[in-house]
Design a protein around this ligand. Structure first.
Ligand SMILES: Nc1ncnc2c1ncn2[C@@H]1O[C@H](COP(=O)(O)OP(=O)(O)O)[C@@H](O)[C@H]1O
Ligand SMILES: [Mg+2]
Length: 234
């Protein structure tokens, strides 16, 4: 599940925020998008995840030009290919933990029995079986993190995106979260892309992509970083 971004630009209204991004994210990698706040990490993740439209350029996922996808085909494509772990581990407060985890399956029209089985399987794997009928307000932060990971994994995505998963966590919980993501990546062979400016997260990455002021500033295998060769602005 290679992800290729070619000459990608993004503006919010008249404000350009991503400039001529050219990147290849290899299958099965644990890639970190590293950059200070405001550099464009969340925007880039949202474009890869199909949540935010790009202004120009191309996104190819496993050779598929995603701009060619429309309607139900497009919705199904993203639902099955990509799992998103949102900033702050947000769960729908009015739904139980189990219902939150099954959300993508519900949207996709998966039969209830099948959904419940998948919820159980993931809950057991992540150690949250006992809180499936609880509301998000009734569970611990660590349990919410695991529930969000389970929700992202629900449709067996080949790509998992996580936005600042260790933000606002103390070092011990940050380590727990990043080790959970690493384990998920290894167990499922998913391509994991994590936006973060946490040096701890970087230690777990197989590839580091530096983002600075909306541009790729460096790309490299972890430990052997090189400065990105980028064409001029377009
Ligand atoms: N929905 C939006 N509308 C307008 N500007 C936005 C929006 N989202 C982000 N931005 C701007 O885009 C830039 C990049 O933001 P973001 O992708 O959130 O960076 P990061 O995740 O690295 O902190 C910032 O200048 C931010 O203010
Ligand atoms: Mg962000």
């Amino acid at each position: 599940m290679t992800i290729k971004l070619a000459n990608l630009n993004k503006s919010y209204g008249k404000k350009p925020v991503l400039f001529n991004i050219n990147l290849e994210i290899p299958t099965g990698s644990f890639t970190i998008l590293r950059g200070v706040s405001g550099s464009g990490k969340s925007t880039l993740l949202s474009i890869i995840g199909g949540i935010e439209p790009m202004t120009s350029g191309k996104v190819l996922i496993d050779g598929q030009d995603v701009s060619k996808l429309r309607g139900k085909v497009r919705t199904d494509f993203y639902r099955h290919k990509i799992g998103f772990i949102f900033q702050g581990f947000y769960l729908q407060p009015q739904l139980t933990v189990g219902e939150n985890i099954a959300l993508m399956g519900t949207f996709a029209g998966m039969p209830r029995k099948e959904r419940e089985e998948r919820v159980k399987e993931l809950a057991q794997m992540l150690g949250i079986a006992e809180v499936l009928d609880s509301l998000p307000a009734e569970i611990s932060g660590g349990q919410a993190e695991r529930a969000c990971a389970a929700r992202a994994m629900f449709m067996h995505p080949e790509i998992i995106l996580a936005d600042e998963p260790t933000n606002n966590l103390d070092p011990e919980n940050a380590k727990n979260v990043i080790e959970m993501l690493k384990k998920i990546q290894q167990d499922t062979s998913a391509t994991m892309i994590v936006a973060s400016h946490d040096p701890l997260v970087e230690r777990y990455a197989t590839q580091v992509i530096g983002i600075k002021d909306g541009r790729v500033s460096e790309v490299g295998a972890n430990g052997t970083r090189t400065v990105a060769t980028q064409g001029g602005e377009e």
